[in-house]
Design a protein around this ligand. Structure first.
Ligand SMILES: Cc1cc2nc3c(=O)[nH]c(=O)nc-3n(C[C@H](O)[C@H](O)[C@H](O)COP(=O)(O)O)c2cc1C
Length: 210
């Protein structure tokens, strides 16, 4: 039975490393594993919540390169169960990822959910599209009201994905998540501050009268 992600990741050198560590038997038979070559509702929901991910690409000189991509939550769109797309915003104009994928379309995405300690890794082939190449896709991908200059659309064709466990992921929270969690505490502080101010004013009145 295929195990899509490992079919790609297990190169001869990786196999040799597993053998040297006595772990090769763990990964010889993929019985019970899914091919993981189509996104289910589970992955779609996870991807829809992300406001950033990391994308590794392959340089022409063989060096790996990894870069952060961010946007409003859900800016990485699941177009169908094998297709992702996102708007590529203007940045420092080095165009390293763009240049890399123009020469070699293979990328690996890494998506983190810090509060729930989840991580999803995705092998895909990517193509860079001009905004008028596929107007319907561009419309589907653009996030109205997000302040960024969109330079292109990256469309990614899924090869395989895999989930990792929660080990060693420290939960971290975004500012809106912290504000939401702190909402009732902040309201209570505001109420106490206003009560405090009223009491001080009354005290001042009493002091002035005596
Ligand atoms: C004005 C400006 C300056 C930036 N400077 C840097 C920088 O020095 N180093 C960096 O890694 N990213 C920098 N960034 C963020 C990158 O431009 C952004 O992550 C971009 O997507 C990088 O793509 P690339 O690494 O694939 O070329 C900057 C962004 C802006 C808008």
């Amino acid at each position: 039975m295929p195990y899509g992600f490992l079919d790609i990741a297990l190169t001869p050198s990786v196999r040799a490393a597993q053998k040297s560590m006595g772990a090769d038997h763990l990964w010889e038979d993929f019985k019970g594993h899914r091919a993981y070559d189509r996104f289910s509702q589970n992955e779609a929901a996870f991807i829809a919540e992300r406001d950033s991910f990391y994308m590794a690409s392959v340089s022409e000189n063989g060096w790996p390169y990894v870069q952060h991509r961010g946007g409003p939550p859900g800016f990485l769109k699941v177009i169908d169960d094998r297709t992702l797309a996102f708007a590529d915003y203007r940045g420092n104009r080095q165009y390293i990822s763009l240049g890399n994928v123009n020469a070699d379309d293979r990328v690996c995405l890494f998506l983190m959910d810090y509060p729930r300690q989840g991580r999803l890794k995705i092998y895909a082939r990517v193509e860079a599209l001009a905004l008028d190449d596929d107007p319907a896709l561009t419309t589907a991908v653009l996030d109205e009201g997000y302040r960024a200059k969109v330079e292109r659309i990256f469309r990614l064709r899924l090869e395989a994905f895999d989930w990792n466990c929660a080990q060693h992921i420290t939960p971290r929270f975004t500012q809106p998540q912290v504000e939401q969690a702190m909402g009732s505490v902040l309201e209570r502080i505001a109420a106490l501050e206003s009560e405090n101010a009223a009491l001080r004013a009354r005290l001042a009145d009493v002091g002035g009268a005596s």
